[in-house]
Design a protein around this ligand. Structure first.
Ligand SMILES: NC(=O)c1ccc[n+]([C@@H]2O[C@H](COP(=O)([O-])OP(=O)(O)OC[C@H]3O[C@@H](n4cnc5c(N)ncnc54)[C@H](O)[C@@H]3O)[C@@H](O)[C@H]2O)c1
Length: 271
C-alpha cells in the first residue's frame, strides 16, 4: 500500500547514522549521501586528520556530524564509539560497517598475525558493532538498519587475497544470521558487495599487490585495463555508486529487504 511519497521514503531527518571508515573512500561517500538525506552522521575512523576533515566538509553542507577516533579491532573502542553516538545525537538508527582493509598476501607467506589483523578488522569488528548497535536499537524499540560493506570477493576469489576473501565471505553469511535473529525487533540487516571502486584504499592495495607479486608497473597497468575491460558497464565504480545503494538500504524504500547482499560491480561478476 502506498503511504509515503518518494521524497518521504528517502527522508532520513531525525535519524542518526554511524559510518565506520567514513573518513575517506566508500565510507565518506556513504556519509555524504546519508547526511544529504537528513541523517546526523558520526564518522568512526582510525584516522583523526582525515576524519575531522570529512566532518568539517559535512558540517559545511549543514549536516549534523561528529568524529570519533576508533580502532575497530578493539571491542572496547567499538562500545565507546556507539556510546558517543548515543550521547551526541540521542540514539542510533543506522549502522554502516564499512571500514576494512584489503592487503595482498600469497598463501604460502601468510602469518597468523596477518590473518588475525584482516579477520579482526573486516569481520569481528562488524559483529561487535552490530551487537552493540542492536542493543541500543532493541532498547529504543524503533528498529534500525545495519548495512555491511562486503565485496564481490565474498562471492568470487581474487588471487593473493585469501584472508580478505574469507573475511568478506564471512560477512555475507553473518549478515544473514544477524538478519534472521533481529528481524523480530524491526532491524533490517543487509550487505553491499562492491566491485572495483576507485578509492585511496584501492590505490594503496594496488601498490601492495605489486610488491607482493613482484609485478612491474607496466604489467600492473595492463592488469587494470584487463579488469576494466571485463566490466559490462565499461568503467570502474566510484564511492557514490555504493553510497546511493547504502542510502536505499538505510531508507524506507528497502523496508521489506533483509539478509540480502546487493552486488554493485557494473556487472563484473557476469563476465
Ligand atoms: N575500493 C574497492 O574497490 C572495494 C571493493 C570491494 C569492497 N570494498 C570494501 O569497501 C570498504 C571501504 O573500502 P575503501 O576502498 O573505501 O577503503 P579506504 O582504504 O579508501 O578507506 C577505508 C577507511 O577505513 C578506515 N580504517 C581502516 N582500518 C581501520 C580500523 N582498524 N579502525 C577504524 N577505521 C579503519 C581508514 O582509515 C579509511 O578511512 C572496505 O570494507 C573494503 O573492503 C572496497
Amino acid at each position: 500500500m502506498v503511504t509515503k511519497t518518494i521524497a518521504q521514503l528517502f527522508d532520513l531527518k531525525g535519524k542518526t547514522a554511524l559510518v565506520t571508515g567514513g573518513a575517506m573512500g566508500i565510507g565518506k561517500g556513504i556519509a555524504e549521501r546519508l547526511g544529504e538525506a537528513g541523517a546526523n552522521v558520526v564518522i568512526a575512523d582510525i584516522n583523526p586528520e582525515q576524519g575531522q576533515k570529512t566532518v568539517a566538509e559535512l558540517k559545511a553542507k549543514t549536516v549534523k556530524s561528529a568524529f570519533i577516533q576508533v580502532d575497530i579491532r578493539k571491542t572496547a573502542e567499538i562500545e565507546n564509539a556507539v556510546d558517543f553516538t548515543v550521547k551526541t545525537f540521542g540514539g542510533l538508527d543506522i549502522l554502516v560497517n564499512n571500514a576494512g582493509i584489503f592487503p595482498f598476501m600469497p598463501i604460502l607467506n601468510m602469518t597468523e598475525d596477518f590473518w588475525d589483523k584482516v579477520l579482526d578488522t573486516n569481520l569481528k569488528s562488524a559483529f561487535f558493532f552490530a551487537q552493540k548497535a542492536a542493543k541500543i536499537m532493541v532498547e529504543n524499540k524503533k528498529g534500525g538498519r545495519i548495512i555491511n560493506v562486503a565485496s564481490i570477493d565474498a562471492l568470487h576469489p581474487t588471487g593473493n587475497l585469501t584472508a580478505y576473501d574469507s573475511s568478506k565471505g564471512g560477512l555475507v553469511m553473518m549478515t544473514k544470521a544477524i538478519a534472521l535473529e533481529l528481524g523480530k525487533s524491526g532491524i533490517n540487516v543487509n550487505a553491499i558487495a562492491p566491485g572495483g571502486i576507485q578509492t585511496p584504499g584501492a590505490q594503496q592495495g594496488t601498490l601492495t599487490m605489486m610488491q607482493a607479486s613482484g609485478l612491474k608497473p607496466e604489467d600492473f597497468e595492463a592488469m587494470g585495463k584487463a579488469f576494466t575491460a571485463r566490466i559490462p558497464l565499461g568503467r570502474q565504480g566510484d564511492p557514490d555508486d555504493i553510497a546511493t545503494v547504502a542510502l536505499f538500504l538505510a531508507s524506507d524504500a528497502s523496508r521489506y529487504i533483509t539478509g540480502e547482499t546487493i552486488v554493485v560491480d557494473g556487472g563484473y561478476l557476469l563476465s
